[in-house]
Design a protein around this ligand. Structure first.
Ligand code: HXC
Length: 263
């Protein structure tokens, strides 16, 4: 039975939920964690920098969330599992998992080293698999929701981003495979595909290279997103508002994918 809409759309939309966000110490992932906490969820964040995690956790606690932080590199499967185990012990088994941790740098394809290509694929794609794989038992138990953070590079080539495009396209493919296989366990699996987001480390590097005007021109809405606008979509997709949405790659790019290539 579908709950009445008015009982869903309220300021406690995510009350009682436990969300795990990889890379949740900064950028879009922190905005997502913050949106979840604002709507009543408890939040577990992991990342490589303890300093960033502690700063982020303080802000999340101010919103009333119970918070767990774990220093873990998503390339390390055992460390990711330990972070999920701690979350279940200290909060509850997760019913929202966001695979957001990503690495990025600009490089022409011909000068990318094998190690540089691998570093980004290992963080973005293998790291997303690690988090999803480590989360499976908890998500099965809670019939939870899994969300991947992809990127516009998955849909169209961006100059100097061959490694990121390959990794993000892999993330979207993984999303579809898991949606297919895990639907029978009641687990919904989706991805969001952000375009340019103001104030993020990755976008600052791209805009430094090309100039910000080029990006604004490519976006039909004529501006960058805020991280909060990306987080709004994440909220909808993990919430009961999207209870029949699974296997969806949802683009949140102001229309940029309509305009060609990211050069
Ligand atoms: C060429 C580079 C390079 C660069 C690193 N490498 N930076 N090659 N140009 N600018 C190569 C190195 O030479 C090395 O290869 C290999 O990559 C591994 O580098 P390490 O520094 O040892 O790896 P690591 O410390 O694990 O760092 C991971 C990283 C790094 C991804 C390479 O950039 C990083 O940690 N970034 C911080 C996280 C981040 O970028 N966040 C922003 C994500 S935002 P060799 O052959 O020398 O051994 C995002 C959205 C973008 O992704 C949206 C845009 C629209």
């Amino acid at each position: 039975m579908t709950p009445p809409l008015t009982s869903l759309v309220n300021e406690r939309l995510l009350a009682g939920r436990t969300a795990f966000v990889t890379g949740g110490g900064s950028g879009v992932n922190l905005a997502i964690a913050t949106a979840f906490a604002t709507l009543g969820a408890d939040v577990s964040i992991c990342g490589r920098s303890e300093e960033r995690l502690l700063g982020a956790a303080a802000g999340l606690r101010e919103l009333g969330a119970r918070v767990v932080t774990s220093v873990a590199d998503v390339r390390d499967r055992a460390a990711v599992q330990a972070a999920f185990d701690r979350t279940a012990d200290e909060l509850a088994p997760c019913d929202i998992v966001v695979c957001g941790a990503a690495g990025n740098f600009l490089a022409p394809a011909e000068s990318l080293s094998s190690n540089g290509f691998r570093a980004v694929v290992d963080i973005d794609l293998l790291g997303s698999f690690h988090a999803a794989h480590a989360a499976f038992e908890q998500l099965r138990q809670t019939r939870g929701s899994l969300l991947f953070v992809s990127g516009g590079q998955s849909l169209m080539p961006f100059e100097l981003q061959a490694h990121v495009g390959a990794a993000k396209a892999g993330v979207d493919s993984l999303m579809r495979s898991l949606a297919l296989e895990w639907g029978r366990h009641g687990i919904r699996v989706n991805s969001i595909v952000p375009g340019p987001v103001a104030g993020t480390e990755g976008m600052a590097r791209l805009a430094d290279h090309t100039g910000e005007d080029l990006w604004n021109d490519m976006v039909p809405l004529g501006r960058f997103a805020t991280a909060e606008e990306i987080a709004q979509l994440a909220v909808v997709l993990v919430s009961p508002l999207a209870s029949y949405v699974s296997g969806a790659q949802v683009v949140v790019d102001g229309g940029m994918a309509l305009t060609g290539t990211g050069r």
